[in-house]
Unconditional design. Sequence first.
Length: 443
Amino acid sequence: MTVRELPQIRREDRGLPVLGRALAYARDPVALFERQWEHYGPVAPLRGLGGTWVMLLGPDACQAAFQNGEKAFANGPAWSQLVGPFFDRGLMLLDFDEHRLHRRIMQEAFTRPRLEGYAGGMHPAIERGLATWAPASGFRSYPALKQLTLDIAADIFMGGAEDATPEEMERVNRAFVACVQAAGAMVRKDLPLTRWGRAHRGREVLEQWLRHYLPSRRARLTDDLFSQLCHIETDGGERFSDDDVVNHMIFLMMAAHDTSTITLSTMLQHLGQHPGWQERCRAESAALGPRPSLAELDGLISLDLVMKECLRLRAPVPVVVRQTVKDVVVEGVRIPADTFVIVAAQFSHLRPDLWTDPTSFDPERFSEVRREDRSHRFAWEPFGGGVHKCLGLFFAGMEVKAVMHHLLRSHEWSVDPSYVAPLNNHSLPFPTDGQPIDLRTRP
């Protein structure tokens, strides 16, 4: 195989000094993906923050980074550039042997029996949250979902923050938002009135909040994830330190409620715009009781198809980042060591050579008859792949289905057919319109 050197960045693609193409990504990620593909192909140089980055496009290039057969791609150095101070030592920021050890301990908290316990425990939080959803034309669904998923995380991950007030939980929510939005910061110093500065304050809030509850979780083993992380131990006797527990809890709670909110809001939009699918999903939920088990949630086939299609159309994490720790060849192009790499999974989800009419909402494409996701092993990769594939993907699917199950039984809604939500890129605040829906209570 002939190996080519990384092409030079075209003059018109250089963007602004220092910022490079960061603003283009913030404005329209998909448009940037398309432009990069047209100009450079699957291994595309990109002027980014601090120098030249490389964008990997298409399922073959993404597969090379996710499977990482040559151990050339590392997570920690790359994510540290974007959110490192705020999700320090979270599982996503660890690599190789250290990552393997922490993942082996943590996966004990996501076994099937524990997921069954979490499924039973989240129904009360969902019922309490949805009871506050008042029927309205133009109901702001995104912030309501954001609060709901945080409340679920507090119940399931924390066992209920027993002495937390609503004002404190709102402060925690704002802290998580600040930490996530730091990824899009242009000024990366701890200065007042900057995203980076707000994220530093947010991290302090989260650490203080979790350390307040840490002694009680160490003292007694309970079913919540916080307590599990304090007590789980591998067969070899490996356990987490207090700092490990806090770091992993901050990352897991962020991932659990941020990504679930995005998926749920996308499902609300498309089910509101496609009433036939809403009724089809409602009929399946109506056949179950109000608090289904994990196995019953798994059996909501139509809801599963809708969820997968919404994850395709709007991946909660449209790109992930890596840094090369040595020279590596991807799709015939040499990427030098110490290069920051953007793995653009969302681009694969929208390719016409992999999907029929890729921009349309068509959940049946995931049905057993069609299975368009089998066109390539990495055609659909909302949870990543390889050793860093999302550890909580089954928990996330369970949570999303549980929320939608309750919502379908208690409410109906519609959405303007012309409404288009912005593709999430984790650098923007909440949608300014709050993603409005016309919400009605079912008899």
